[in-house]
Every structure is written in structure tokens, then in C-alpha cells.
Design a protein around this ligand. Sequence first.
Ligand SMILES: *Cc1c(COP(=O)(O)O)cnc(C)c1O
Length: 421
Amino acid sequence: MDHFLYRDGCLHAEDVAISQIAAEVGTPFYLYSSATLLRHFKLFDDALAGMDHLICYAMKAASNQAILTLLGAAGAGMDVVSGGEYARARAAGIPGDRIVFSGVGKTRAEMTEVLTGGVRQFNVESEPEMRALSEVASMLGKTAPITIRVNPDVDAKTHAKISTGKKEDKFGIPISRAREVYAMAARLPGLEVVGIDVHIGSQLTDLAPYGVAYEKVAELTELLRADGHDIRRLDLGGGLGIPYESNNHHPPSPEDYCALIAEKVGHLGCEIEIEPGRFIAGNAGVFVSEVIYVKQGEDREFLIVDGAMNDLIRPAMYDAHHDIVPIKAPAAGTEYQAYDVVGPVCESGDTFAKGRALAPLKAGDLIAFRSAGAYGAVMASEYNTRPLVPEVMVKGDQFAVIRPRPSLEDIINRDIIPQWH
Ligand SMILES: *Cc1c(COP(=O)(O)O)cnc(C)c1O
């Protein structure tokens, strides 16, 4: 459930008419509902209430400071995948002991930044990385708390570009080699093993792969404990899917997911961490755009809108579906017609939807791409010198621009023409 509903014939974000925001901010823009963000966070937090736990929001999904601050104040930790994200989390007031650092390519500079600033744990993804971290920590006279990310070789049955837990994926170490690698970790100076990490992919719409992965983690916990490691924390990753199509069956709920966690690993007495990103932010955001032209093609009608693939790349990159809805509610009984919804960028890939049935639209009409809160604004670029889209947040009857649209002057002046001598 989200807080984007029609009221008085106009799509609202909480208590604000989206048409009003569009008039003040200009299109295109991203729009987040703070109530929805908090609601999604709380679903997980409540569902895990019976266990010692921390929800580390995977901030790569949507990392505006206003979002981080909101979730941080509600008690969220953060899963960060770069020094940049770490700096953002700290700037949003998240204490180091609520931040986990994931990612396959952590640099020594990032390790230094994070160890110095304070961190809950590093999720180590390879032996070379583990050796580097041991060296950096020893040099700084610090101890780095670590988990090792194991790759359970489970097919998450999701899009190939967001599957991360099969043996051919670049993530983690093979679970079959885990005991050996944990033994190595125990021997290296500057490291303290605190647990196990696993993350098998994104947009999972079935709990079965989680079940298989978490069983393997539970078995491994017993084995590693028998080997003498103090496994006291399990980071079970993120990846719970969301409904992108309103008329689709609904993916598992946080309640079901957390019940599975309790069933598979609850008996181990470990502290539980999860790293949801998409589930928290996805349906808490929409991407609002205006129709520029309706163009009659040879055998189809194109809806040319002012948003483009550089603003919302998911359809081009993952063949992702986003429901498209008019801001002005269509009259009851309106006949729908098929449109190809495209942006102005000079690429055929700049297509949001083909043959999509929509209520008839004309130039100047506003539309919203739903479920655009996660992996939307964060993946935007300025391709075609289209300014990064602004981000707006709503809280009740108030809205605030949380990242303004840069001016063309800002963009042009970022470049430097060399003065050769
Ligand atoms: C991307 C990522 C997540 C979040 O995935 P979602 O599908 O957005 O929940 C969690 N943990 C790690 C390590 C990730 O890379």
C-alpha cells in the first residue's frame, strides 16, 4: 500500500495534489511520500520485533539526504556500497555502528575512511579484499569487524542483471569454500569475525530461494561455530520484490519474509540484519512527466513525454514495467487506447512502454510512472544535457524540493576548458 491515491479527480501524494507540485516545480520530477517510506520500514521493523535485529536500508535504491534522514530518525541503519554512500549516511546523522559496508570492490581509501569514521561491519566479498582490509586495519591500529559474504549458488529467479547469488555471479565467496576462508580470516591481524552475510538478488517475488539460501546459512553457522568462530550476527541481505503491476499477484509480504527468517535461522540466537532497498523506496516514489506531443506513427500512436531514459533507466536497462497513470483521473467509462510511451532522447531504447493501454491523453497532460522510487533518481544521468531531475518529498499536506533541478549554467560551468600554455 502506498499514499498515491486519487482525490477530487486528481492524483495526490498524501494530501497534496500532484498537479500543484508540477505547477510549482516543473516537470519532470521524482516525488516521494514520506509516510510510505516510513510505513515500509516499519513493516520490516515490526515483523522482526521478536528478534534482536537491525534494518539496514540499502541506500543505493534512493539516497537523497532527506530520505536517509527520515529513515535514520526512525531507527534504520544503512547498507552502503561506496565511500560516497558512507559519507552520505554519516552526513544524514546515521551513527557508524548502524552502517554496514558491502560491495565487491572496496578500495583501501574507502576502507580507511570507513574504519576511521566507525562502522558496524564490513561485508567482505573475496580473499584479496580480506587481505587488503587486514593490512589497512593493522596500519591504522584498528580492528575491522567482518562478515564474509557467501554465495549459496541459489537461483533467485529474477532478472539476470540483478541476480547475485549464483555461482557465475561476481558476488561473495562460494559457500563450499567458506570454512577455509573463515579460517584464513581468523589468522589475519586486524580482523574480527562477527558473522555471515548473504544477498542473493533483487526483486525476488518468491520466498523459496530465500528459504534455500537461509538454510544453507544456518548449516554454515553451526559448522563455523564448531570450528571455533563466534558467529553472532547474520546479515541476510535485501531483495524482497515489490508489485510493479497493479493487477499482478502480490509478492510476499515483509511479514511472510520475516516469518521465514525466524523459521530458518531463529534458533541460532544470532542478531539479524536485513538490507531492503527496493521494498522501502520503490512504491514510495513516482516519476511525474508531461506529455509534449501525441504523434501518429504509421501503425501506432506515440506519446512523447518530457521524461526520458536518462531520468528513469529501468525500462531500458531491465525491460522493467512501470504502471503509467494520468494525474487527472479519467472519467468513468473512458475507452482506453494503445500508446508507445517514449522520451525525447535520441535512442530507440528511450521507450517506457509499447502498446500500453491508457486513457486518451493530449499534449500538456501530466502522467506518473508508479513504483519509481527505487533505482530511479539514483541512476539518472545528464545524457543529452538534460538536467538531473529534481526530487520532491511530501509529508501530509506539505511538500518540499529535496534536490533542485540544476540550471543549464550550473551544468555548463562544471566543465573546464583547459588553458594550455
Ligand atoms: C542492492 C543490494 C541490496 C538491496 O537490494 P533490494 O533489491 O533493493 O532490496 C541489499 N544488499 C546488497 C548487498 C545489495 O547489493
